[in-house]
Design a protein around this ligand. Structure first.
Ligand code: ZN
Length: 352
């Protein structure tokens, strides 16, 4: 069975004039419903219970937790220009953490493999002490830490395919080797949070365990898939995670208003096929996706559907849109990035 995690509260968190809005989940739900996914015999929908506030202290400062809580009591408080606390934000953010945790617990059950947490607000920019970039608490980071703490896994891998580097996740585990962080994102010279360069590889015990692959502006599916094959796959094989947690952001879609890449919906399907295959090879197929970004409403639902399709038996989504991969961006910049990355990572991993 595969599990979808949903909750009405995810639709109640709102930030005025920001595209990280309830509409995102509505277009996803519509695309899945239209495709008949909710009637698929292997799909079940689950609703999480909130986690205890105190559990958040495992990854977030008291000050941040209090800030979001008090902000919600006041309502409509901007902590940065694009991170605004509304009356439901604290409840929704607690449930987004809980939803991602539930996805992992479900995926780890015998007979299950894949789960998708359709959560809002997203989480990968939230650091220990700061909310930013539409993120308040770090859903995937909490879950990774929880699995290790509860001894449900010894090695966890987080793979982030959002257009933007998951600086919060990296910050939280920068000196830890029990969580491998790997991200393919847009060139941080131009793209928020302006971090995620090849040399940001982690520190102390975590040195070599934070993999940053920045792509040139407007790079496409071809570049992301190539980077995945050349770096993510061999590193994951050597690391041998027991579960794969994916920060699933769809703002790399071509013409996303907040993105700088040019992925196609079909590209998300092919990437998911490879993620699934890798998880099957390394960790019994145990993989979860937790929703991060994605703001191009016209194609967001299609992209999510495409990325889910490999996990559904007898469901070939690619028959619908054009089966074309996109490529783009400055090729010499891309090649230089890979060359630099290979040199930096060679002491830590066996790479060709
Ligand atoms: Zn993003």
């Amino acid at each position: 069975m595969i599990s979808f995690i949903e909750h009405n509260m995810y639709l109640k968190h709102k930030m005025p004039n920001i595209l990280e809005s309830p509409r995102r989940l509505q277009v996803i739900k519509k695309a899945l419903t239209t495709a008949g996914i909710y009637n698929h015999p292997e799909v079940k929908v689950l609703t999480p219970e909130p986690i205890e506030e105190t559990a958040l202290k495992d990854i977030h400062s008291d000050q941040l937790i209090e800030l979001i809580k008090h902000g919600s009591m006041i309502g409509d408080v901007a902590i940065t220009a694009d991170t605004i606390i509304g009356e439901h934000t604290f409840s929704a953010a607690l449930l987004a953490v809980a939803g991602t945790k539930l996805a992992a617990e479900e995926a780890l059950k015998e007979g299950n493999t894949f789960a998708f947490a359709f959560v809002r607000p997203p989480g990968h920019h939230a650091t220990r002490t700061n909310a930013m970039g539409f993120c308040f608490f770090n859903n995937v980071a909490f879950t990774a830490n929880y699995l290790l703490k509860m001894k449900k896994a010894k090695r966890v891998m987080i793979f982030d395919f959002d257009n933007h580097y998951g600086n919060g996740t990296a910050d939280l585990f920068y000196n830890r080797s029990d969580i491998l962080k790997a991200s393919i994102h847009a060139n941080p010279n131009y793209s928020f949070p302006f971090q995620g360069r090849v040399y940001e590889i982690g520190e102390k015990d975590g040195e070599g365990y934070n993999i940053c692959i920045p792509l040139p502006l407007q790079a496409g599916d071809l570049e992301a898939l190539h980077a995945f094959d050349k770096f993510i796959v061999p590193i994951a094989r050597e690391y041998k995670p027991e579960i794969l947690l994916v920060s699933a952001g769809y703002d790399g879609l071509r013409e996303d208003p907040y993105g700088h890449l040019s992925y196609s919906t079909f590209g998300f399907q092919v990437l998911s096929e490879r993620i699934k295959k890798l998880a099957e090879e390394l960790c019994g197929g145990k993989v979860i996706y937790s929703l991060e970004g994605g703001y191009k409403f016209k194609e967001l639902g299609e992209a999510v559907l495409a990325s889910i399709s490999p996990f559904l038996k007898d469901f070939d989504y690619a028959k619908e849109p054009e089966k074309k991969l996109l490529s783009g961006g400055n090729i010499s910049e891309y090649k230089e990035t890979l060359q630099a990355l290979r040199k930096i990572l060679k002491p830590f991993w066996r790479l060709d």
